[in-house]
Design a protein around this ligand. Sequence first.
Ligand code: C5P
Length: 225
Amino acid sequence: LSPQLLAGKRVLLSAGPTRERIDAARFLSNPSSGKMGYALAAAAREMGAEVTLVSGPVALEAPYGVDVIGVESAVEMHGEVMARAPESDVVMMVAAVADWRPAVASQAKLEKSSMEPVLELTRNPDILAELGERFGPGSGATEGPILVGFAAESHDVVARGRAKAARKGVHALVANAIGGPAGAFGADESTVHVLVGAQEARTHRGPKSALARAIWQDLAGLARG
Ligand code: C5P
């Protein structure tokens, strides 16, 4: 195990859920705990990287030596990630970004009424897909970060992960098995399949801290050019 595998690399990660405001007292979100992204940030720092973590709201402490930028919504996360991506060597999107947000966020708390409420939603930016268009393997870019995506899948994990990697235009993707006893959301243990280009998937199972180290090792050979 090479402890300084990422020496001198600038690593940008996202983690956690996003919150999409409905009004002053309500939001839409998901059960992401942020544990996998935080473990990856901590491991990257231990391996010598300079690490920035753009984090949605989570109940975790900032990993030692990691620059944490707190955000709430997908739109905020998009702004912080896009601003920092060009100066990064690796961008790893681990966040469970909400796909939609309320079309209108009310500053005041909405009143309960006898009418059935109707919530109009609008699509959030797909941060990873946008990065893929700009820097991904099909973009023609000769510089910029290596892009790593995550996929939470309940079945056909590897095949669906490969399809997602192609769709998003990333260099590598970590496919995470959700559901069942070793499910990903909020759990301390998980199963991941690391997909790098057309190489065979590498599968790891265990605590998220060990998975984080294994994932960075699998990605170590990835470099632009
Ligand atoms: O589209 P889906 O959510 O399945 O893809 C997951 C991957 O895309 C993750 O790496 C996630 O962080 C990223 N993503 C994103 N912006 C979105 C939705 C997902 O960057 N709006």
